[in-house]
Design a protein around this ligand. Structure first.
Ligand SMILES: CC(C)(COP(=O)(O)OP(=O)(O)OC[C@H]1O[C@@H](n2cnc3c(N)ncnc32)[C@H](O)[C@@H]1OP(=O)(O)O)[C@@H](O)C(=O)NCCC(=O)NCCSC(=O)CCS(=O)O
Ligand SMILES: Cc1cc2nc3c(=O)[nH]c(=O)nc-3n(C[C@H](O)[C@H](O)[C@H](O)COP(=O)(O)OP(=O)(O)OC[C@H]3O[C@@H](n4cnc5c(N)ncnc54)[C@H](O)[C@@H]3O)c2cc1C
Length: 413
């Protein structure tokens, strides 16, 4: 079943161009981004200076095609860069993900010419778009969203409330998922383009988060927000199957989120490896204790396995007709990597002893930063549901009556 996605041996070796990209990302991460990471966490401030450096280096908008002024890199190249950046700063890694995947990925593939040009301009100039799916009553059950976009003459009128929106108040471009209502009927779910500062789009309360504190997570309220008709992004199979199309595009961001978790774990692993060689107890480096050696061995095995799952998922975008990663491969990569990162960062803290528990060392930040990825972007449980459905070749509806309203024309809520 998976053979078409299994990379042959040569594809596991990076090309000269890919190696150069990776080296450039590592250099930027180590010289500019790592020194800022603790401050970003402590002050809980969006790292504008880092974003400028990422933009100048060409890491925002990497996925923009050459015809629109970008370098036209694929999901795999973006993942190579994201890992290097997240190895030094999880927040910056997430910014690179959203500067290339998620909302911008959907608009670049499904949008009209004008929508694509607008999205390209935004990310190439350093904007990190926001993807607005989740609502207070629709988290895992995202298709139960009640935000509506009602057609009124030559406008859409949006009403609803999204929460946990990454970049709320700093992102300029928003892609808002909403029920498309025409003539009193829901036609399905579509993506609507909206901009920070427009009337009717209000940034609400910021969540005080455990980790990744440099990016705001906020409520986004839509109050009679009136936007032109050409702000609707319609996936290829139409609005009736709009939700499936938008989720398909979202698979790239799932690979991106997994890659941030991978980078954080890699950074924590390296810090632990260096520490055990330096720290001595009982008259010898603690690296000589076999119990710790095996911990490091297991950490490295888990990290490498995660990287292979991510690379396979990222490379699948090159052969999938949709141009996005295969849903199951993306889900497998994210489940494994997000759980791995929780374990590896905690083990790295353990190997540091008390020093790892101090806020003076980066490890405790890495533990907090890694925690998000089994939740955001689809929880590990929901992604297991997706994998189970594929493995069994069955639909796995989660409602009691096994029926979902997504994509069906029903009376508007
Ligand atoms: C998809 C779910 C919301 C469950 O919804 P339903 O049970 O109502 O619907 P399904 O029948 O499972 O799916 C409907 C339709 O969509 C297609 N689909 C679903 N998932 C995918 C996918 N990943 N790729 C492609 N297509 C997909 C499915 O095949 C159906 O199509 P057909 O009707 O059969 O043609 C739920 O499973 C789910 O995914 N919940 C998680 C929600 C989520 O991921 N939210 C992320 C919010 S953004 C965020 O968190 C950002 C953080 S980050 O750093 O990235
Ligand atoms: C840091 C962070 C950033 C985020 N950024 C964004 C963003 O930019 N845009 C956006 O739209 N959303 C964003 N989210 C929201 C995120 O997508 C949701 O938190 C996620 O989809 C889960 O929804 P929920 O939190 O409502 O949990 P719930 O859906 O309430 O789930 C609670 C628990 O129940 C489990 N569960 C629920 N249903 C099932 C089931 N059928 N089978 C098995 N287990 C189940 C879940 O796995 C979880 O353990 C972000 C979240 C976080 C933490």
């Amino acid at each position: 079943m998976l053979d078409k996605h299994l990379p042959d041996a040569p594809s596991l070796r990076l090309s000269t161009g890919q190696q150069a990209l990776q080296t450039r990302a590592r250099k930027l991460a180590e010289t500019i981004i790592r020194p800022q990471a603790a401050e970003t966490d402590l002050t809980e401030t969006y790292p504008e200076g880092v974003v400028r450096s990422l933009t100048e280096a060409g890491f925002m908008g990497m996925s923009v095609p050459e015809a629109l002024g970008g370098p036209g890199h694929g999901c795999f190249e973006v993942a190579l860069v994201v890992e290097e950046i997240a190895r030094c700063c999880g927040v910056s890694g997430r910014i690179v993900v959203e500067g290339n995947m998620g909302a911008v990925g959907a608009i670049l593939r499904y949008g009209s010419e004008g929508q694509q040009e607008m999205a390209a301009r935004h990310v190439l100039s350093g904007d990190k778009p926001a993807i607005c799916i989740t609502e207070p009553g629709a988290g895992s059950a995202a298709s139960e969203m009640i935000t509506t976009a009602v057609r009124d003459g030559d406008s859409w009128v949006l009403n609803g409330s999204k929460h946990w929106i990454t970049g709320g108040g700093v992102s300029r471009l928003h892609l808002i998922f909403a029920q498309v209502v025409e003539d009193g009927l829901c036609q399905g779910i579509g993506g609507f383009i909206a901009f920070l500062g427009e009337e009717g789009l209000d940034v609400g309360a910021r969540e005080p988060t455990m980790g990744l504190r440099g990016i705001p997570e906020t409520v986004i309220n839509l109050r009679n927000m009136r936007i032109p008709l050409d702000r609707l992004v319609t996936p290829p199979d139409g609005i009736e199957h709009g939700f499936a199309g938008l989720m398909n595009a979202y698979n790239a961001q799932r690979v991106g989120a997994a890659t941030v978790a991978l980078g954080i774990a890699q950074g924590a692993f390296e810090a632990a490896r260096d520490h055990v060689k330096e720290r001595a107890q009982f008259g010898r480096p603690i690296a000589e204790f076999q119990g710790l050696q095996w911990m490091l061995a297991d950490m490295s095995i888990q990290i490498d396995a995660a990287r292979m799952l991510i690379w396979r998922a990222a490379l699948s975008a090159e052969t999938e007709p949709s141009g996005f990663p295969d849903p199951m491969l993306a889900a497998q990569a994210k489940v494994f990597t997000s759980e791995m990162a929780v374990k590896v960062t905690n083990d790295a803290l353990q190997l540091h002893g008390a020093k790892g528990y101090s806020r003076h060392a980066p490890i405790e930040r890495m533990v907090r930063d890694a925690r998000m990825f089994t939740i955001g972007g689809g929880t590990a449980q929901m992604l297991r549901n997706l994998v189970a459905g594929r493995v069994l070749g069955m639909k796995t509806p989660q409602t009691r009556d096994g029926y979902s309203l997504a994509g069906n024309a029903v009376k508007a809520p």
